[in-house]
Structures are given as structure tokens and as C-alpha cells.
Design a protein around this ligand. Structure first.
Ligand code: PNW
Length: 441
């Protein structure tokens, strides 16, 4: 059973999360092209070459979607604003239609008593800037801060919280070294530069928005429990290196102004010159940390492969539709470690947690008991982390709706609300009703 609201402290925020490109429909409302459109159009990158052109048509159906949150008894909505919708060329003249849309969206949240949690970048780099190198170009920090300023001039009087970047590891490493996301590079030099520039962009935007009077600024990082596949020394080293690249790089830079040696060893030769001079900007104080958590990884040494010479091993635990192991214990481990070793009393939010499942609409209903169990176990882990001292302030389920799951197209369903991608009809799943019931108890 999902733990009830009354077993959390007063004021603990329950919400659901989405991202612009995954739900809005990017062909509507004058948004400019993004690197995800071109990445998806290149065969082999995305299942069935699907893109976010229509997605859930949230652009036109946002009132119905926000009603689902309100009717379910949720407190907050985590959404992202699209850089390319606000600035179709990435810089220069804003798209008035796009700014008006976000205005209406935020007002519609407030009308329903939903607290707006905004994310500035959830992965759609405007093509005009991607063509100039995107995250590998040192100017990206200023381009991003300029965009942050434009959208904050419009929404900053009404949003409760602003996160700069969603999951810098995905933005930098997954997209420039592993090649799984746009721009699809497998290039250590591009990756090293992106690993640094994404943090420099965060710091530059925080400084800019702070100067505009914003006082609830943070970032959303993704974490996984990185564990050795066996008890060999090689596996222990592989887990430590993975932990440094995936978990420690970003939080150590932000909380301590340094990068972990195990990751620098491979990346340093490719970093932009003078990177050390940016560490003070990167480590300036923030007001909260968002934590995205889905699974763990098991690692072994892969000495035949180039740096970092680690390889994932399939684990024994039950898996979601993504093939990701279900490991709620890992969320407790990550949250307690963050508070103990890195952020102390800083407010922590789980900004994403959820599971993909091969859901089917049968007689107008989706019976997803597995998702309900996933929610119960992970909310339990949040309570345990709190009991061990982590300053937990909220939890956002990923995702409100089935949506565009990046390289997997529309095949993987994370929503607590089912979307029929032909009719675009929304149907709340059993897990939505179960979580709503927990929020009422
Ligand atoms: C996150 N990995 O992505 C994103 O913030 C969401 O947009 C996405 O829909 C959700 O999780 C589910 O995938 C991730 O390879 C993608 O480790 C890949 C990884 C982690 C997070």
C-alpha cells in the first residue's frame, strides 16, 4: 500500500513531472527546430524514428491535464519550458506565442491550486545553437543564461521553484560520449567539454536569476546506485569509476567546487583550458537539489574497451519495461549519502521516480498493480531517508502522462495516466487512483 499523506511531514509536496518536448507537441505554436527533431529523423537513433512533433498535444490540452492533477489531490506540477519555443533561433527575438502559452500554463496551475516547479532545460537544444556546437561551445553558458532571463522575466513572478538543467549527466555524457541521445556523438573531447559547459551554464544562469531577485534556484541531477557485479578488484574499480562519472561529477562540482579524480583521470586531457577558473561560479549556493532516481547499475571491468573501461552487467532483480532493475533500497542509499556527504540540510526533492510498464487499456481501464507497488516501495525509501536525516521536501512521480520516451519513442509507458497516441485520449490508470487515495489519507 502507498504510504498516506499523513505519514509525511506537514508541507511535504506531492506532484507529478513532465518535460516540454516529451508532451507538448513541438510543431504547435511557433517553436523552433531542436536537435531532437534532427536526431530522431536520422535512421537508427530512435525506435520507429518517432519525434515530439505532436507528442501528447499537451499544448492544446493542458487544462485537461492540469485538471487530472487537481482532481487527484496533487500539490504541485513539475514542468519544463522549451528553449526553442521561447527563442526559436536559440537567441534573438522571442516567440510571443510561446511566451503567451507558458503564461497561460502557469496561470492555469495557479487557478487550480497547483504549485509550479519549473525546469529551464529538459533537453531540446535549439538547432541554430546545436549547429554551432551546442553544449561543446563555451558560449553556451551565456546563451543559456540569456534564455533563462527571457523566460524568467515572463514567469518569474509566479513560479515557486526554478531548476536550471535536468540531468546534466544525460545532457553531457549520455549524449556526447555514449551517443544514445541527441546530438548522438561518441567523442570524448565533446563529452569532456559538455560535462563542464553544462555546469558552467548552470552557474551562469543561477548568478543571472539571483540578480533578478529569484530565491528558489536549484538543479536536477540523476543518480543511480553503482555497484560492483562481483567481488573482484576489477568490478570494485569499475563501480567506483561509474560512480564518479555518473553520481559524483555534478554534485561534487556544485557542493565542493571540485571534480572527482576517478573521472578527471579520463576527461581532464580533453577539458576546455582554464576550467579551474569556473569552479567558484559552478559551486555558488543553491536553494534546493532535485534528485531523479530509477534504478541501480552493476558494473564489471572491461579492460579491452577504451576509458572508462567499464561495462554494465544484467542484474538479477525484477525489471521494468525499460529493463531497469527495481531497487528502492538504492533511493534510500542515494538520499542519505547526499545529505551526509554533500548537501547537509539543503532541501531535497525527488523530482523524478517512476517505472515504464507494458500497460494495456482493457475495457476502458489500465490495471497496473506493478506501478502501484513501485510507488509504495520508493515512497517508503523516501521515508527511511528522512528518518536517517535527509531533509526531504517533496516527491514527483515520473510521469503524469505516457509520453515521448526519447530514443524509445512512444513504446515505453511511464505515465500514471494512459495516452492513446491515435486519439490522444487520456485514461487515468489504477496507479493514479491509488496514489490519489494515498494523498487523501
Ligand atoms: C530521465 N540513463 O531520463 C529523464 O529526465 C526523463 O525525461 C525520462 O523520460 C525519464 O528519465 C525516463 O527515462 C533518463 O540511461 C534517461 O541512465 C536515461 C538514463 C537516465 C535517465
Amino acid at each position: 500500500m502507498i504510504p498516506g499523506r499523513s505519514s509525511f511531514p506537514e508541507g511535504f509536496v506531492f506532484g507529478a513531472a513532465t518535460a516540454a518536448y516529451q508532451i507538448e507537441g513541438h510543431r504547435f505554436g511557433g517553436a523552433g527546430p531542436t536537435h531532437w527533431d534532427s536526431f530522431a529523423a536520422t535512421p537508427g537513433n530512435v525506435v520507429r524514428a518517432e519525434d515530439g512533433a505532436t507528442a501528447c498535444d499537451h499544448y492544446h490540452r493542458y487544462e485537461e491535464d492540469l485538471d487530472l492533477l487537481k482532481d487527484g489531490g496533487f500539490d504541485a506540477y513539475r514542468f519544463s519550458t522549451s528553449w526553442a519555443r521561447v527563442l526559436p533561433e536559440g537567441r534573438g527575438t522571442p516567440n510571443a506565442e510561446g511566451l503567451d502559452y507558458y503564461d497561460r500554463l502557469v496561470d492555469a496551475m495557479l487557478e487550480r491550486g497547483l504549485t509550479p516547479f519549473q525546469t529551464l532545460y529538459h533537453w531540446e537544444m535549439p538547432s541554430a545553437l546545436a549547429d554551432l556546437g551546442g553544449w561543446t561551445n563555451p558560449d553556451v553558458a551565456h546563451w543559456f543564461a540569456d534564455y533563462a532571463e527571457v523566460i524568467t522575466r515572463r514567469l518569474g513572478d509566479r513560479v515557486a521553484s526554478i531548476a536550471t538543467i535536468n540531468e546534466p549527466w544525460c545532457v553531457a555524457f549520455l549524449s556526447h560520449f555514449l551517443g544514445h541521445h541527441a546530438p548522438g556523438l561518441r567523442d570524448i573531447r565533446a563529452a569532456a567539454r559538455a560535462m563542464h559547459h553544462v555546469l558552467k551554464a548552470h552557474g551562469t544562469a543561477v548568478e543571472r536569476l539571483r540578480g533578478m531577485g529569484q530565491d528558489t534556484l536549484g538543479i536536477v541531477l540523476n543518480f543511480e546506485a553503482a555497484e560492483p557485479a562481483d567481488d573482484s578488484a576489477g568490478a570494485a574499480r569499475a563501480a567506483a569509476v561509474q560512480d564518479a562519472i555518473y553520481n559524483r561529477w555534478f554534485i561534487e562540482a556544485i557542493s565542493k567546487g571540485q571534480y572527482p579524480a576517478e573521472a578527471l583521470e579520463g576527461l581532464e586531457p580533453h577539458m576546455p583550458k582554464g576550467w579551474q577558473d569556473d569552479m567558484a561560479l559552478i559551486s555558488q549556493p543553491i536553494d534546493f537539489l532535485g534528485v531523479n532516481y530509477y534504478t541501480r547499475s552493476l558494473l564489471r571491468a572491461a579492460p579491452d574497451q577504451p576509458w572508462p573501461s567499464v561495462a554494465p552487467v544484467e542484474g538479477p532483480l525484477p525489471k521494468t519495461q525499460m529493463g531497469w532493475e527495481i531497487y528502492p533500497e538504492g533511493l534510500k542509499i542515494i538520499l542519505t549519502r547526499l545529505s551526509r556527504d554533500y548537501v547537509g540540510e539543503l532541501p531535497l526533492y525527488v523530482t523524478e521516480n517512476g517505472m515504464a510498464w507494458d500497460d494495456h487499456l482493457t475495457d476502458g481501464a489500465v490495471t497496473d498493480a506493478e506501478r502501484e507497488a513501485y510507488m509504495a516501495a520508493h515512497l517508503g525509501a523516501v521515508q527511511q531517508a528522512r528518518a536517517e536525516g535527509a531533509n526531504m521536501k517533496g516527491f514527483f512521480y515520473w510521469s503524469l502522462l505516457d509520453n515521448y520516451e526519447w530514443a524509445f519513442g512512444y513504446e515505453k509507458r511511464f505515465g500514471m495516466v494512459h495516452v492513446d497516441f491515435d486519439s490522444l485520449k487520456r485514461t487515468p490508470k489504477a496507479s493514479y487512483h491509488a496514489l490519489s487515495a494515498a494523498l487523501a489519507r
